[in-house]
Design a protein. Structure first.
Length: 515
């Protein structure tokens, strides 16, 4: 781990700060992952903050969902909601008094003002002035503490009138955002409106104020977040300045958009629905509509595969390496290797990652995942046997959930035979040679057929038969189709008696195919 102090003496501290407005989108998982990698790489802290000041958008269960998602993914926070720490509380709804204090500071310094305009008055202005924006050019014509007398403002507040506090943005200033991924972004402050920072109605700050105050108080050194927050960054820079916190302003890094797998534009839930992949880490049950959205966990993806895939959507390790353990990703991660160009969400590649991670996982581990599925189908075998099955099929698996369909013939003799396979392999005397082979096998004393393999091969050669024809005819009888692993692995698993039973049961069917 590198020296964990920055050149200005500050410690690296980053945060993931979701709003609990629904399930965590996969783009949010990528943002959290990059923060996590950055924190670990630099020996820093990773903070989990809940930004729940927008009470209208609050969705019950969302916070729990987010915590559970990171638990599944194996991303750990050092402090925050449900993790504790010295900078709490970490849920913004529990920090009302703190924000009030900072709103007052801005009011006292003349950096913010109180506005009483009702929704109806604002609506009337919008109708009257094209592209109306509450700013330096319009604020003088509105109902606020800049246009009303001090007494009038106090009277209105005492009378219980609702108000908001707006940020007083000075026009025509160049606002510079230094972004570690995008470089210098400059905008003119005249395009910004006097953003609402606080609402008396619910006594809560808006996102912008709470976000800046908390990043400051929680000593956040780097703000790494999605591109959709880039338009807010100039306002945030101005807020830091208004508080006089320029020296401890965090560095910004806005991550590239996640794009649709095909076509152009931003990845949406609809793309996932259409093409059949989840856009959420876990399945989500919408408490309001009852709608269920699929999740990577329930769709049987391995969390490491999901993380490895996401890591490469917007970052590269500087070489062609694709499969990386968490330790390797931490070791290689840097914001300099993040791109500003959008990253296409190629979910086929994610399936490939899942396959690769299955290959890289010990058979015994996959077997442990498979055991409950076997139990569900009423099959009670020891772990070692499940492990043998995994060994037979692993190279073909994209998902562990495919194992049952691939391997169930080991437990259930085929009830019917695949037509194409039968047409191909059960012709020209198959019934004859399979029946002779059964007699030969029965005449031998060995219990496993694999021990007999050389003898069987000699027997086939002696008879002048074609090995492929004999073995495939037998395979279709055992499996029900011309698929599956090595035939002797199959016969050894089901046993000599079951092998002979299945083969002999298929012989009359072979005769039918021949006719
Ligand atoms: N609460 C914001 C969100 O939902 C946080 C944005 C930020 O990281 O500043 O993503």
């Amino acid at each position: 781990m590198e020296e964990n102090r920055l050149s200005n003496g500050r410690k690296v501290r980053v945060r993931f700060a979701p709003s609990p407005t629904g399930p965590l989108h996969i783009g949010g998982v990528r943002t959290a992952l990059y923060n996590y990698l950055f924190a670990r790489r630099n020996g820093g802290d990773f903070v989990f903050r809940i930004e729940d000041t927008d009470t209208n958008r609050f969705v019950p269960g969302a916070e729990e969902y987010i915590i559970e998602a990171f638990r599944w993914l194996g991303i750990r926070f050092d402090e925050g909601v449900s993790f504790g720490g010295n900078f709490g509380p970490y849920r913004q709804s529990e920090r009302r008094d703190i924000y009030k204090k900072y709103v007052q500071i801005l009011l006292d310094n003349g950096k913010a003002y109180i506005a009483f305009d009702t929704p109806e008055q604002l609506e009337a202005k919008r109708a009257q002035i094209p592209n109306f924006q509450y700013d330096a050019t319009t604020r003088t014509g509105m109902t606020n503490s800049l246009t009303l007398s001090k007494e009038e403002v106090e009277r209105r507040i005492a009378a219980g009138e609702q108000y908001v506090v707006r940020f007083k943005i000075e026009p025509d200033q160049n606002v510079e955002v230094h972004d570690l991924i995008r470089g210098l972004v400059v905008i003119n402050s005249s395009i910004l409106d006097d953003k609402v920072l606080y609402k008396s109605a619910d006594q809560l700050p808006t996102y912008h104020l709470a976000n800046i105050v908390d990043d400051h108080l929680m000593e956040i050194s780097h703000v790494i977040r999605g591109e959709e927050w880039l338009p807010s960054a100039p306002l945030h820079v101005l807020l830091y300045k208004a508080f006089g916190w320029e020296d401890t302003m965090p560095e910004f890094a806005h991550l590239p958009l996640l794009l649709k797998p095909e076509g152009s534009g931003k990845l949406s839930k609809r793309d996932g629905d259409k093409l059949g992949f989840p856009v959420f880490p876990l399945e989500w049950h919408d408490p309001a509509t009852g709608e269920i959205s699929s999740g990577y966990r329930e769709k049987d993806y391995l969390p490491q595969a999901v993380l490895n895939f996401l890591a490469l959507l917007g970052w590269n390790p500087g070489n062609d390496q694709e499969i990386m353990s968490m330790e390797q990703m931490i070791d290689l991660f840097s914001l300099e290797h993040c791109s500003k160009a959008g990253a296409r969400f190629n979910y086929q590649k994610l399936i490939w990652f899942n396959h690769e991670y299955i290959l890289g996982t010990p058979d015994s581990e996959i077997a442990k995942m498979y055991m409950p599925v076997l139990v569900q189908h009423g099959i009670d075998i020891p772990l070692e046997q499940a492990q043998t099955i995994v060994g037979m099929f692993k190279s073909r698996l994209n998902f562990v959930s495919e194992l049952w369909d691939m391997s169930k013939f080991l437990f259930e003799a085929p009830q019917e035979y695949d037509e194409k396979s039968a047409k191909k392999w059960w012709k020209e005397g198959a019934a004859g040679y399979v029946s002779e082979l059964c007699d030969f096998i029965e005449s031998k004393q060995t219990s496993t057929l694999s021990e007999l393999e050389p003898a069987i091969m000699d027997w086939i050669a002696g008879k002048g038969y074609a090995t492929g024809k004999v073995m495939n005819a037998l395979r279709v009888a055992l499996v029900g189709a011309a698929v599956g692993p090595n035939i002797f692995q199959i016969t050894d698993f089901i046993g000599k008696k079951e092998t002979l039973d299945r083969a002999r049961r298929a012989i009359p069917v072979m005769r039918n195919v021949q006719n």
